[in-house]
Design a protein around this ligand. Structure first.
Ligand code: GDP
Length: 189
């Protein structure tokens, strides 16, 4: 299976009927600057589909894409961007929680992207724990493996596995393309 079509549907904020139209939803979430937009572009082979941002923390809504006319890929705003005002951060937090933990909405899968070179941050692990508490179906993608020093690769991967626990992790680089087929298999199955 492959991703053969991907189109932007809308930026949704608040109670939007798009989330209730019966189309399965796969949510992509990650810390700001983790490479979420690059990942969406790499998976869909569309360079400009999600904007690769020079100024992190820009997304102010949930971007909904229709993939293979089959499911929605829901791109959530990046969290943990220190330079945002307290008010903007609170708004993003509310928006993310509203979509992920609102009983009205159901995600087939939640793809959490982390930075493999940095390792999971406190924010990443807190979100993962909350997702677990809500029994979400989670796939962790550890992006930017190209940035890990070769001599540190095995140690760093093990460190990530230990922190992430029982969840499946795909080690990946949107820059080199390593891991893309595995991610596509996981999200299309
Ligand atoms: P977002 O804020 O999570 O959407 O992150 P972006 O996709 O905008 O990427 C943030 C920065 O990380 C950009 O400068 C990207 O070029 C860079 N980046 C994304 N993925 C990778 C990767 O796999 N390897 C490396 N070296 N850089 C990456």
């Amino acid at each position: 299976m492959n991703i053969t079509s991907a189109k932007f549907i809308k930026t949704a904020v608040g109670d939007d009927p798009v989330f209730l139209d019966g189309t399965p939803q796969i949510a992509f979430i990650g810390r700001s600057n983790v490479g979420k937009s690059s990942t969406i572009n790499a998976l869909t082979k569309q360079k400009g589909l999600a904007i690769v941002s020079a100024s992190p923390g820009r997304t102010q809504g949930l971007n909904v894409f229709l993939i293979n006319e089959l499911f929605y890929l829901v791109d959530l705003p990046g969290y943990g961007f220190a330079k945002l005002s307290k008010q903007d951060r609170a708004w993003l937090h509310e928006l993310i929680n509203w979509y992920l933990f609102n009983k009205k909405f159901e995600q087939k899968k939640i793809v959490q992207i982390i930075d493999a070179n940095v390792g999971p941050t406190k924010d990443d692990l807190e979100l993962l724990q909350t997702l677990e508490q809500h029994n979400k179906n989670i796939l962790v993608i550890a992006n930017k493996i190209d940035k890990i020093k070769k001599s540190q690769y095995a140690v760093q991967c093990q460190k990530i596995k230990d922190l992430i626990g029982y969840h499946e992790i795909i080690f990946y680089s949107s820059k080199t393309g390593t891991g893309i087929p595995e991610i596509i298999n996981k999200i299309l199955c």
